[in-house]
Write a protein that binds this ligand. Structure first.
Ligand SMILES: Nc1nc2c(ncn2[C@@H]2O[C@H](COP(=O)(O)OP(=O)(O)OP(=O)(O)O)[C@@H](O)[C@H]2O)c(=O)[nH]1
Ligand SMILES: [Mg+2]
Length: 308
């Protein structure tokens, strides 16, 4: 007999890993019970610090995440890791064991690793990732670490859920800047040049610094690491903790719920509008094409139709 949602919630609150795994499986697939779980945990959210690592395939994200988790464990923090496996036809979809290098943590019960397969649906991936984050948060994880390949828009969106966003680069990007697709640099709080054992790392770091200073946006730190040896990871971790503290104080009061509300509302609308089998908006779209309404009016109509 399957456990009831109430049992799962009780287990989750009691720190039972089996309950955590079950709850994640349910919300990840938006399975039956998802709404009940999300509702019941809604009063115990917002405690964990969510750190997103994104970057080009092979930049060393998994190795760096592994080293970061090691450092967090040294600092007595509990950790949840979510690896978003894009199953990309470009990278050939490396097997998961290869993507997440978490072998050392397999026996550590304060580390919980989960992979999420992207299903090619834009809103879907960030929605299921944010639900899995919520469940890990309610479970009591101090840190939740998210690894995504920064290859597509949906991965950038996923990374954007994080409180602290890290873009991992490999040395020798040159001026063509292979990995730094539009939108990726912009979301970063920290740029990490990994594989700093490579002599080109210093130059890459300087190029990135040049690209990120002087712009009107926030100051982005550029750090170097050798993830394989854990070098630079303590400094990276200090920086992450500082930025997380700042982000939290900025999001105090109503701001954090407001941000969550915005994400939820946008995701809801996106899923409605992306659903081709939903004909509710067809007439409105045609009116727009015929110039019989303005974008602003049409948007307001969308909101009315969406709530019907
Ligand atoms: N020399 C050197 N190699 C590294 C370093 N960090 C990672 N690597 C190697 O780079 C390769 C790719 O590392 P991963 O951690 O799998 O990279 P990734 O970004 O997670 O790759 P995908 O998940 O496939 O996108 C592996 O062979 C690592 O051993 C480093 O600091 N120095
Ligand atoms: Mg990886």
């Amino acid at each position: 007999m399957a456990l009831s949602i109430d049992d799962i919630i009780i287990g989750l609150r009691a720190g039972n890993r089996g309950s955590l795994a079950r709850a994640i499986t349910i919300v990840e697939n938006s399975g039956q019970g998802t709404d009940a779980i999300l509702r019941q945990i809604s009063d115990s959210l917002g405690r964990a610090t969510v750190v997103g690592f994104t970057g080009a395939p092979g930049a060393g994200k998994s190795t760096l995440v592994d080293a970061f988790v090691k450092e967090l464990r040294k600092r007595k923090k509990s950790v949840g890791v979510i690896a978003v496996d894009p199953s990309s036809p470009i990278s050939g979809g490396a097997v998961l064991g290869d993507r997440i290098r978490m072998s050392d943590h397999a026996t550590d019960d304060k580390v919980f690793v989960r992979s999420l397969a992207s299903r090619g649906h834009l809103g879907g991936l960030s929605r299921s990732a944010s639900h899995v984050i919520d469940v890990m948060d309610a479970f009591g994880k101090d840190f939740i670490v998210l690894e995504t390949v920064g290859a597509g828009q949906s991965e950038v969106e996923v990374a954007d859920i994080a409180d602290v966003k890290i873009v991992v680069c490999a040395p020798g990007l040159g001026d063509d800047v292979q990995a730094i697709k539009a939108g990726i640099l912009e979301i970063a709080d920290i740029l990490v040049v990994n594989k700093a054992d490579n002599p080109l790392a210093e130059r890459t770091a300087r190029q990135l610094e040049a690209r990120t200073t002087g712009e009107n946006t926030k100051k982005i730190s550029v750090l170097k690491t050798i993830a394989l040896d854990g070098i630079g990871v303590d400094i990276l971790t200090d920086k992450i903790e500082t930025i997380a503290l700042l982000a939290r104080s900025e999001l105090k009061g109503k701001d954090r719920p407001r941000k969550l509300l915005k994400t939820a509302a946008l995701e809801y609308l996106t899923s409605l509008l992306d659903d081709k089998s939903n004909t509710r908006f067809d007439e409105l779209a045609e009116k727009l094409v015929r110039g019989e309404t303005t974008f602003e009016q049409a948007a307001l109509e969308v909101l009315k139709l969406a709530s019907k």
